[in-house]
Structures are given as structure tokens and as C-alpha cells.
Design a protein around this ligand. Sequence first.
Ligand SMILES: [Fe+2]
Length: 286
Amino acid sequence: MTDPRAPENLVDLSRYPLNDPGCAMFGDIVRSARNSLAETGSVSFPGFLTPDAVDLMAAEAEALSPLAYEGPRAATPYFFNYDLARTDDPDHPVNRRNRRALSQVAYDLIPPESALYQLYHWDPLPGFLARILEHDRLYRTEDPYQALNISVMREGGCQQWHYDRSSFVTTLLVQEAETGGDFEYVPGLREDTDEHYDAVRAVLDGDRTRVRRLELEPGALNLFKGHYALHRVTETGGARKRLQTIFGYSPEPGVTGSLKSSIMHYGPRVGVRAGLDPADIRALVD
Ligand SMILES: [Fe+2]
């Protein structure tokens, strides 16, 4: 009997022959994906999952969704980042905290026998992404909480305008909300040498001139360069949850995330396990 959770049965290999990287079709897909990434910083693969796989993975994500932890309820575009401008100006983008209503199931709570986990651990997937991104190979990140996540948005969920820390992110939408939950982005807003704060402020104030919207359907894989493109998810409506998986791959081996970030996004249990003082943990999650 065929195993419905085996990655070869989840991915539509007739459309995306990830198991045959030498074939002409694979090469054509890679070339066109590189063009799209160069133009917009994003590339989508609609129908990446078979319809049966979408149903299976949505059911798995739904069953795991009660384990999702609701992270920070407001955040700036830069989260608690880094060595950016320090200023008391409340209108400056580094101080603009916007509403965030998003829960995440951490990697350590996703069962190894699940289709979600099996697909993340299937080597042809990072192999395919590495070819597109022109890396020799990609590694699964080694963070016990961040490597693979399910992002859960209930009614009224949203994600504020922000940049990602990592250079690219790979997501797979498995279930749409009834309304809203649209992914919007502004390609190429940030440069290594210039944060372009005025342009960021304009987007936060509602300027739509450079905003693009991705039409993602359940089963679509997306590769997105979120370090340079400001992006958000618009507010969701209806009882059906928006469920998306996030795959952590990196060109460098042994990558882990920060403990502080994991406590904020996956809850106090992460700090308890790391042996932190309860007062320090409370300071991060309250
Ligand atoms: Fe992001």
C-alpha cells in the first residue's frame, strides 16, 4: 500500500519533478524561478502539493493548532532588532509597533511521522531550493524550536509589516482563511547600505504605491527574500484558520536562532528548559 505521508506522494511530481533534477523540466522551472526572484524577490509554485496532500497536511496542522503559542501582540518592522537607529521619535519606523495576532507551533511539537515533518526532511526539497538560489546545498536549520513551524491565524489574525532576519524563507500554505489573510510585500525596499526609513514610514502610513499582493492558494510553495522586502499578512476573517508551514533551510550548516526570540515566539517553556530565571522569562513574555 502506498504511504500518503511519503513526500513522493505529497508533491505533484508531474508538475514539479524534484526527484529528477537532471531533466529539462526541472531546469526550466529553476530558470523561471530565478527570473521571478530577481524581479520581485518572490517566487511561487502553485499546485506544489497534490489536492490529497493539501487535505492531509491541513488536517495535521489543524490537529496541532491547539499547541500553537501566541507570540508578541505588537511589534515594529524590525522586531527587537539589532543595531538600528536609536531614537525617541515615536513616528520613526524603529518605534512603530503594529498589531500582530499570530500563533506558532514549534518544531519540537510536530510529530516525526507527520507529512509536514516528512516533507521538511525530504532532501530533494532543499536540493530544489538550492539550485534556484545558486547555493551548493542548503541545510536544515538546527534550532529545536524554529526549524519547522506551523503558523496559525485564527479569526482577526494578522502579521504586522516587517522584515525577516534570514535572507530567504520557504513557506507552504495549507489552508486559507475565509476572507483576508493576504500576503502583501514591497520588493527591494531595504538595502544593505540604507534602511530607507522614509519609504518604510510611508508604507506604515498607508502608501500603497509599491505594495504588491501574492495570490497564494493552498498547496502553493513560496520562496521569498524577506530580508529586503517589507511584508505583512492582512487581517483574516471567518471561522476557518489560515494555516501555513515555514521551512527553515540555510546555506550554512548548524544554524540556530536566538534563545530570546524562541522564548518570545514559543513560550515560557523554552526558557524553563534552558534553565533561565523565572523573572527573566516573565520579562520577555509579559
Ligand atoms: Fe516574515
